[in-house]
Design a protein around this ligand. Structure first.
Ligand SMILES: *[C@@H]1O[C@H](CO)[C@@H](O)[C@H](O)[C@H]1NC(C)=O
Ligand SMILES: *[C@@H]1O[C@H](CO)[C@@H](O)[C@H](O)[C@H]1NC(C)=O
Ligand SMILES: *[C@@H]1O[C@H](CO)[C@@H](O)[C@H](O)[C@H]1NC(C)=O
Ligand SMILES: *[C@@H]1O[C@H](CO)[C@@H](O)[C@H](O)[C@H]1NC(C)=O
Ligand SMILES: *[C@@H]1O[C@H](CO)[C@@H](O)[C@H](O)[C@H]1NC(C)=O
Ligand SMILES: *[C@@H]1O[C@H](CO)[C@@H](O)[C@H](O)[C@H]1NC(C)=O
Length: 293
């Protein structure tokens, strides 16, 4: 029987047509010639233009590496907790999780061929007061310009929750990571003309999730605030974070004033709901099967 199966599959393999140049247009990027691996030519690192000198290149590269760190963690948090996460529900309301997971994953794992960061101010916009960079839009839709102000003001994620930063009261572009995440969402290869600006600022983002969350999982600001808040809560100051002032329409559990609470261990980063204020010792069972409804 096994032998017969084997014989059949060998026969099938032999019978399989081998594509030749008449069937496959070799100039198409997705064609396979049978020798190269399926993903030959993949671009895994963000391209940085030669107009960036070595210090600029290094800072942009570090910033982009932190963007990947931020997006990767946001994705992991959703995959681990789904909508059991209070922070998930705060930003995305009742929306299914797949769209947000994809919006973070494409930044981490999407092909980076059609993306370019440059430093030569081709549109002159860096001369405008307060501009730290811009998407080139109709002039070059794949391109992002980084202006000198970025090097002076953007911070490393390692400073998260320090220097007065809070999620609700500080700008998302405090950090290279979220600033560049936002810039990447403008580029069609990443944002796919689907991620856009629907809500502006923290309050609108939180309101949007409460009133009508339909747009939240492809809202640029929402994705940034969510990523920053889970990074702060899970990584920078585990179990505490730095959410900042929450308004009364917020769940009381998320308030910054709970900082006197003992920090849970890094593995128990999220409280499931406001049903019980379980002591720190029992936190390890918070997400056991019985708690999942
Ligand atoms: C192969 O694909 C390229 C790009 O899509 C196209 O310009 C060209 O005409 C195609 N050639 C043939 C023989 O189909
Ligand atoms: C790169 O350019 C910036 C801005 O013009 C300049 O301040 C810096 O000194 C340059 N770095 C190198 C290594 O040339
Ligand atoms: C960014 O990450 C890549 C891949 O992990 C690494 O090779 C590179 O050295 C990092 N760049 C900087 C400036 O840290
Ligand atoms: C959480 O997701 C489940 C499906 O996985 C859904 O049934 C439930 O209504 C969601 N809860 C909220 C509060 O959105
Ligand atoms: C595109 O180029 C034009 C002409 O140089 C300029 O006025 C405009 O601001 C540029 N657009 C963007 C988005 O930079
Ligand atoms: C929620 O927002 C979406 C997108 O703007 C809209 O299509 C939909 O009608 C809204 N739903 C409600 C109940 O307001």
């Amino acid at each position: 029987m096994l032998l017969l199966n084997l014989a059949l599959s060998v026969a099938a393999a032999v019978a399989l047509p081998t594509p030749d140049s008449s069937e496959v247009n070799q100039s198409q990027p997705f064609s396979q010639n049978g020798l190269a691996p399926w993903n030959a030519g993949a671009v895994n690192r963000f391209p940085i233009h030669s107009s960036c000198n070595s210090t600029q290149r290094r800072q942009i590269e570090l910033g982009l590496n932190e963007t990947i760190t931020l997006a990767e963690h946001a994705k992991s948090h959703i995959l681990r907790w789904s909508n059991e996460s209070e922070i998930y529900r705060k930003y995305f309301g009742d929306r299914p999780t797949m769209e947000a997971i994809g919006a973070f994953d494409i930044v981490v794992n999407g092909d980076k061929k059609d993306i370019l960061f440059r430093c030569d101010n081709p549109d002159g916009n860096c001369d405008n007061e307060g501009w730290a960079g811009h998407w080139r839009g109709v002039n070059a839709t794949d391109e992002t310009v980084i202006c000198d102000m970025s090097y002076e003001t953007r911070r490393s994620l390692s400073t998260m929750c320090g220097l007065g930063y809070t999620v609700s009261e500080s700008e998302t572009n405090t950090f290279w990571a979220a600033d560049l995440l936002h810039r990447l969402y403008h580029v069609p290869a990443i944002g796919q003309n689907w991620i856009d600006h629907f809500a502006d600022g923290y309050e609108e983002v939180v309101d949007q999730a409460k009133k009508n969350a339909t747009l939240s999982t492809h809202d640029s600001e929402t994705l940034q605030y969510f990523a920053l808040e889970v990074y702060a809560y899970d990584i920078s100051a585990p179990g505490i974070g730095c959410p900042g002032v929450q308004h009364e329409h917020e769940d009381t559990h998320n308030e910054a004033t709970t900082t006197s609470e003992p920090a849970p261990t890094a593995t128990t980063s999220e409280k499931p709901s406001s049903t019980l204020d379980v002591p720190a010792v029992s936190k390890s069972i918070e997400f056991s099967i019985v708690d999942l409804y």
